[in-house]
Design a protein around this ligand. Structure first.
Ligand code: ADP
Ligand code: MG
Length: 648
């Protein structure tokens, strides 16, 4: 028996199924070839079930088709009993699986069910049909995304038509793409695959809140306003549009917009609602003075990593940033201003495009891209451990599909949406990390794949520090390049128009190119930035009461400074919320809290900085009373005044 011979067809064969007898036990899902002993026809089949009788395996096979050249044709007649069964030649099988696809392809792994190395390719054009990559935690999602990105960088190296890749990196995991893999075990595996470790530092563009914050524009038009603050409030859209029209402007700086809204004759409650939203974002430290163009950070053949782990305002801020960037991409693509295809990787996709919940701008934009992105050149790779929590609209628009090890309840969703079989469910729950089921429109058949080892380093364990160090360098390099581009764009505009505003606002502190301060200090820097961006006094709505000229009975200075220390320790979002409260004379309507993470509110409640009172949230007088004993109204007013003066 030759090395490739497996067994002999036995019993009664049908056109679409037969059984063969073998001394080796092939895995379920294995591809085999039966060569008809009378006609010589070669039939490709897949093993569906194996029954052992002693040392002999009886294997039931589904016929997939007759091999003609590198394609499959419908089989004409059953295989003759007694015909020999072989393992297919790996190269031939790999080509057959590609089903005549001629475009670029990514080598993501090998066939799991084949004894020899049979390469499995992901057709690049199938990314255009959007990809769902799913697995339980630890199944190998992020690892596999890194492999896909490495392949994109390799295959399109030096080519003008290379797509750009944008990674929404919710957990700061993708910096390792910069460095070659250093894990001894994985390096050994790479050798077996005929590959060598390699880093792609020069192809990365990194944004990171510490070293190079994403520059989210301070300028709002009515569209952007309505989109980011819920398009359901359509009347707001018209109010903002009206204000812009009156000033003959297309966009307005957020601070100017606040003043215009306050000066308008809108109903006071509408004013309040609009201004609160604008202020919360203004104070968060998310917005930037500098105007960045998409071409500044989306480049062919490059990977742009938006690291979101330390985003101010937590979850809310993260969603704001992602919505804004995706919307810019979408608008540019729609207006044919985008010169390159962009592959958008969204980790934790179920958080950004959730199945449940009311209007949500991030979900809205991801849904739009999933519907129209193929034609627009915006291709999605959505990554989630929880497909049942992902928007069904999005899921139905994802046509390429890679599932690594899954939990049973999640397999069910895939069966419902993607028509995967029940047998598949059994396979998927038993896979090892890095093993999965791949189905894409161009592949002739779905395959079980062992994803190849990474060329690049994983950002974990002993390599984390080194990865973070190079991330810092690349982020700083990105920042310097961006600043140069922004400066270059400013130049031709001279002579400048007269300065627009009399009040000069301090620019947020610019990080320097030299070694960065350690993390805790940077946290404070963000807080300072948020403080620096606090609105000028003019926007305070209520007229302040004349302060009572009265000797304060306690050291207010000391108490207030202790208070800010404690609030600062709770993070930038807490600082923003408290600033808002202070500027509103110590109280706000409860609905205002909707703009903040629950954890921020909980922390402020737990430390008794704020308290809830019916439908309002208040600065908690008891916090101060705990420190200094009972406080009368006049002293409380004095404390508020002091707090306010520290902000402005
Ligand atoms: N193709 C693979 N080859 C080798 N190891 C892998 C592979 N895929 C995953 N792993 C291992 O499994 C671990 C978890 O993978 P990861 O991508 O972080 O999972 P997930 O993102 O799904 O939570 C990795 O750190 C790696 O050690
Ligand atoms: Mg992961």
């Amino acid at each position: 028996m030759s090395a490739k011979e497996l067994g002999v067809v036995v019993g009664r064969a049908r056109t679409l199924s037969f059984t063969f007898r073998s001394e080796v036990r092939p895995p379920v899902g294995a591809f085999i070839i039966a060569e008809d002993k009378e006609t010589g026809a070669r039939v490709l089949g897949v093993v569906k079930e194996v029954t052992m009788t002693g040392a002999i395996a009886l294997c039931d096979v589904d016929v997939l088709g007759e091999i003609k050249g590198k394609r499959l044709q419908e089989p004409k007649k059953p295989v003759t009993p007694g015909s020999k069964v072989y393992w297919p030649d790996a190269k031939e099988l790999s080509e057959i699986l590609l089903g005549g696809y001629k475009g670029e392809k990514l080598w993501i792994g090998r066939l799991l069910t084949h004894p020899e190395m049979c390469p499995v390719y992901f057709p690049v054009e199938d990314i255009a049909r959007h990809v769902l990559l799913t697995a339980s935690t630890g199944g190998g999602k992020s690892y596999t995304v890194a492999v896909l990105i490495e392949e994109l960088l390799r295959v399109f190296e030096g080519r003008k038509d290379a797509p750009a890749v944008l990674v929404v990196d919710a957990h700061n995991e993708y910096g390792g793409l910069a460095l070659p893999n250093k894990d001894p075990e994985q390096c050994e595996m790479l050798k077996q695959w005929g590959l060598s470790p390699r880093g792609f530092a020069d192809r990365l563009i990194i944004f990171d809140w510490k070293y190079n914050p994403p520059r989210i524009s301070r300028k709002f038009d009515a569209q952007r306003f309505a989109f980011l603050f819920s398009a359901k409030d359509y009347k707001w859209f018209f109010y903002i549009q009206e204000i812009l029209a009156q000033r003959k402007k297309e966009k307005m700086d957020v601070e100017e917009m606040i003043n215009e809204v306050l000066a308008s004759d809108l109903h006071p409650s509408t004013k309040q609602a609009i201004v609160r939203r604008l202020r919360s974002i203004l104070h968060s430290g998310i917005l930037s003075e500098e105007e960045v163009e998409l071409e500044d950070f989306i480049r062919p053949g490059h990977v742009t990593i938006i690291r979101l782990a330390d985003t101010p305002l937590g979850d809310v801020g993260m969603r704001f940033v992602v919505a804004d960037i995706l919307r810019r991409l979408y608008d540019a693509a729609k207006a044919r201003r985008l010169k390159t295809k962009v592959i958008i990787v969204v980790e934790e996709a179920h958080l950004f495009a959730p199945a449940k919940g009311q209007y949500d701008p991030v979900r809205e934009i991801i849904e739009r891209i999933s519907r129209e992105g193929r034609k627009l050149g915006l291709w999605l790779i959505l990554v989630t451990q929880s497909p049942r929590d992902l928007s069904p609209t999005v899921i139905t628009n994802l046509n390429s599909f890679l599932a690594l090890r899954l939990q049973r309840r999640d397999v069910r969703v895939l069966i419902d949406y993607l028509g995967a079989s029940k047998e598949l469910a059994e396979v998927l729950v038993k896979l090892q990390p890095g093993q999965g089921y791949l189905r894409t429109p161009s592949l002739l058949l779905p395959v079980l794949v062992q994803v190849r080892p990474r060329l690049t380093c994983e950002a974990k364990g002993p390599y984390l520090r080194e990865v973070e160090e190079i991330v810092r360098k690349i982020a700083e390099k990105t920042r310097i390049e961006l600043e140069q581009r922004i400066k270059a764009r400013m130049k031709p505009k001279a002579p400048p128009v007269p300065p627009p505003k009399p009040e000069v606002k301090p620019a947020p502190p610019k990080p320097t190119a030299v070694v960065r301060p350690p993390q805790p200090q940077v946290q404070r820097e963000q807080v300072r930035q948020a403080e620096a961006l606090a609105p000028p006094k003019v926007v305070v709505t209520r007229p302040t009461k004349p302060t009572v000229p009265r000797q304060p009975p306690l050291d207010i200075e000391r108490v207030v400074s202790k208070f800010w220390d404690e609030v600062s320790a709770l993070g930038p979002a807490a600082v923003c919320l408290v600033q808002e409260l202070v500027l509103s004379d110590g109280e706000l309507l409860l609905e205002y809290l909707a703009g903040y993470d629950e954890s921020v509110v909980d922390a402020l409640l737990a430390s008794r900085v704020i308290k809830l009172d019916g439908n309002v949230v208040r600065l908690n007088r008891e916090y101060f009373e705990r420190l200094v004993g009972r406080i009368d109204d006049a002293t409380w007013a004095e404390i508020l005044r002091k707090l306010r003066s520290l902000i402005s």
